[in-house]
Design a protein around this ligand. Structure first.
Ligand code: AGP
Length: 660
């Protein structure tokens, strides 16, 4: 939820930190702050300089306008409140009582109350209501009274590595994820600040992405992670640290991802990584193939529109190199299961949340039709508490754009504990879920900055379809059917472009629906998940209430709501359920509902039941969600823009839900 940025190098830290915070705004936040450590002004001549502000980053920048902060080391933070209100005192960085130690933290310290009481008994005065502040004082406690730490373990296996160049054989771009490359490292070391951090973290229960600096050590940043992401960008004579890669792409694409339980001692030229027992750890360096431009708006008014428009391109990225037309099957690397084990599977479970869940529902239709294996789609937040039935003949897919959704992380751990095979379908390279599973596929949607997920949704569906084709071809699907599906997939980007070319038409239609307070979205079969996703898009960015519903279910009660001020958006594309769906639409119209219809191009019959109609190209039924969702994304977008909403960062929401 929060955003963290750190820099240590030979450039002025301030502008790097401020831009980094702006690059992380999409994660959602309510306040921000930073600390700059100026060697000339560190202890003995002054202490670190801290500035914090409530509200947008601009408020922080306004406070900095006269700042003379030449320091080349600093840490910064955007806060999304979990403990304590939105106030400047609760904003990070938090500074320990002695003024020497500053920290920024992303996560939740579950036992902060007991730690706070203990520290108060030691005379510590707290200045905030947050859980995070405990870390600053606890680290200061151990810094001033260092317990004896045994010498570093595992000498010679790993440790300090000068990053003059990437590791030989580092992957140029990351498609499937699995065990990373191990570099050659050596040595270990004594570090009073790092040891204080480790001692403190041993007392902590909860999650953290944490950066720590000390006024007496203007030559290092300590980073630690458990449950909240941290990535370290590597360049000559400098290091960048952040919650994700976006803030560092303008400077470096060589990154090292911290894993849970790891602590990094980061100086200008060295990076030493170890665990809380001070056992040294090697880490692969990953080459990220996103550039900064890709993470910017590219000329569109909002990230969301840019990302809707990007779908044909990123869809090609999702399927590139994953199609074997000769065999009529999909080629998916990064597996952790043999073909015989796949043939022997008895059950598939898809765990996810929000839009990823609706993508998963499409996967259900594909797995059951192509692989003829029972497939259950479950909210991660429910799965993990339901005592799920999983075993070695269960394949669990964790579907997540961010790869950091706390519920899905915990659901993955539960599935693994129960002995299931687990695969990820993830967008963010090196994210926690990707690394914890160690097998699966990246969806290659590129950075998705808008809170409302669009391109990641279509790419998740693409990967689920590829997985279903691969599994189906191991069982009942013929080569001819497989080839036909793959050919249809290859034709999808051009068909997406045909729909996107109607954006201005859809914008005109959208304006006719901005005054309604309620809408229904109806679909049947594989378009039922499309209706659910279309409804979520509208809700989350326009704040208009809507419900996605199975068309055949309306007569069991919801039809009572239909009237002339409760319009119905319905998907009526030419497939096996066309007549049934048309009847459902007529039921709604008979009760006064205005109907906006998504229909197959050329189908004039559909116009008979439409007040407004948007045509989409024909495709195979299982692939329809890849196309039919796009007009609904645009509909939601243009309604929200018309209503003047903060489209990219809608109220109350965050891009990545890293807390329960
Ligand atoms: C979708 O538009 C929302 N932003 C939200 O429902 C999101 O899909 C959900 O939080 C899951 O996130 P993930 O894919 O990163 O796990």
């Amino acid at each position: 939820m929060c955003g963290i940025v750190g820099y240590i190098g030979n450039k002025q830290a301030l502008p790097i930190l401020v831009q980094g915070l702006r690059d992380l705004e999409y994660r959602g936040y309510d306040s921000s702050g930073l600390v700059i450590l100026d060697p000339e002004q560190s202890r003995g001549g002054g202490i670190m300089q801290r500035v914090r502000a409530v509200g947008k980053i601009d408020n922080l920048v306004a406070k900095l306008k006269d700042a003379k902060y030449p320091g080349t080391l600093g840490i910064a933070h955007t806060r999304w409140a979990t403990h304590g209100g939105v106030t400047e005192e609760n904003a990070h960085p938090h500074i320990a009582q002695d003024g020497g130690i500053a920290i920024v933290h992303n996560g939740i310290i579950e036992n902060y109350r007991e730690l706070k009481e203990k520290l108060k008994k030691d005379g510590v005065k707290f200045t905030s209501d947050t859980d995070s502040e405990v870390l600053a004082h606890l680290i200061a406690h151990y810094y001033s009274t260092p317990p004896s730490i045994p010498p570093p373990q595992g000498e010679g296996k790993a440790g300090i590595r000068s990053h003059s160049s990437p590791l030989p054989g580092s992957p140029k771009s990351v498609t499937a994820f699995g065990v990373g490359l191990r570099g050659e490292d050596k040595g270990g070391g004594e570090n009073q600040l790092a040891n204080a951090v480790k001692s403190a973290l041993k007392e902590v229960r909860g999650t953290y992405g944490l950066l720590v600096v000390h006024a007496d050590h203007p030559d290092q940043i300590i980073a630690a992670r458990l449950g909240s992401p941290l990535v370290i960008g590597v360049a000559a004579g400098e290091h960048y640290i952040a919650s994700d890669v976006t803030p560092m792409l303008a400077y470096t694409k060589q990154v090292t991802f911290l894993d849970d339980g790891e602590v990094a001692e980061i100086s200008r030229d060295n990076l030493r990584i170890s665990n809380l027992k001070d056992e040294l750890i090697t880490k692969p360096t990953t080459q990220i193939d996103w550039d900064q431009a890709k993470a910017q708006k590219g000329g569109y008014e909002h990230f969301m529109l840019k990302e809707i428009m990007e779908q044909p391109t990123v869809f090609e990225d999702a399927i590139r190199g994953r199609i074997n037309m000769e065999e009529g099957t999909a080629v998916l690397g990064g597996l952790n299961i043999s073909e015989d084990q796949m043939r022997d599977l008895k059950r598939i479970v898809i765990i996810s949340g929000g839009t990823a869940y609706y993508a998963g529902l499409v996967g259900k239709y594909a797995f059951e039709r192509l692989a003829q294996i029972p497939c259950e789609v479950d909210f991660s937040s429910e799965f993990r508490y339901r005592d799920p039935i999983c075993d070695k003949k269960t394949l669990v897919y964790a579907v997540s754009q961010s790869g950091e959704t706390a519920d899905t992380i915990m659901a993955v751990r539960e599935a693994k504990r129960k002995g299931a095979h687990v695969r990820g379908i993830i967008n963010v390279v090196g994210s926690t879920i990707a690394r914890e599973i160690g097998a699966g596929s990246y969806i290659h949607a590129g950075p998705e900055m808008a809170v409302a997920s669009t391109k990641a949704y279509t790419n998740m569906v693409a990967l689920l379809l590829l997985n279903a084709i691969q599994l189906g071809r191991l069982k009942h699907v013929t080569q001819a059917t497989g080839k036909r599906m793959l050919e249809s997939l290859l034709a999808v980007p051009a068909k997406m472009n045909e729909i996107l070319a109607q954006a201005e038409e859809i914008k005109k239609i959208a304006k006719k629906y901005t005054h309604y307070k309620n809408l229904f979205f109806l679909g049947r079969g594989v378009n039922y998940p499309v209706a659910l996703e279309g409804s979520l898009k509208l809700k989350e960015i326009s704040y208009i209430h809507s419900e996605g519903y199975a068309g055949g279910e309306m007569k069991h009660g919801p039809l009572a709501l239909v009237s002339d001020d409760f319009p119905v958006v319905a998907i009526l594309t030419r497939n096996q359920l066309y007549e049934k769906m048309k009847s459902n639409i007529m039921e709604a119209r008979a009760r006064g509902a205005k109907t906006l219809i998504i229909a197959t191009e050329g189908d004039q019959e559909a116009s008979e039941v439409a007040d407004d109609i948007i045509f989409v190209p024909k495709t195979m039924e299982l692939l329809e969600p890849l196309l039919n969702t796009i007009p609904l994304q645009l509909l939601a977008y243009y309604i929200a823009v018309e209503l003047g909403r903060d489209v990219d960062r809608p109220r109350n929401l965050a891009k990545s839900v890293t807390v329960e």
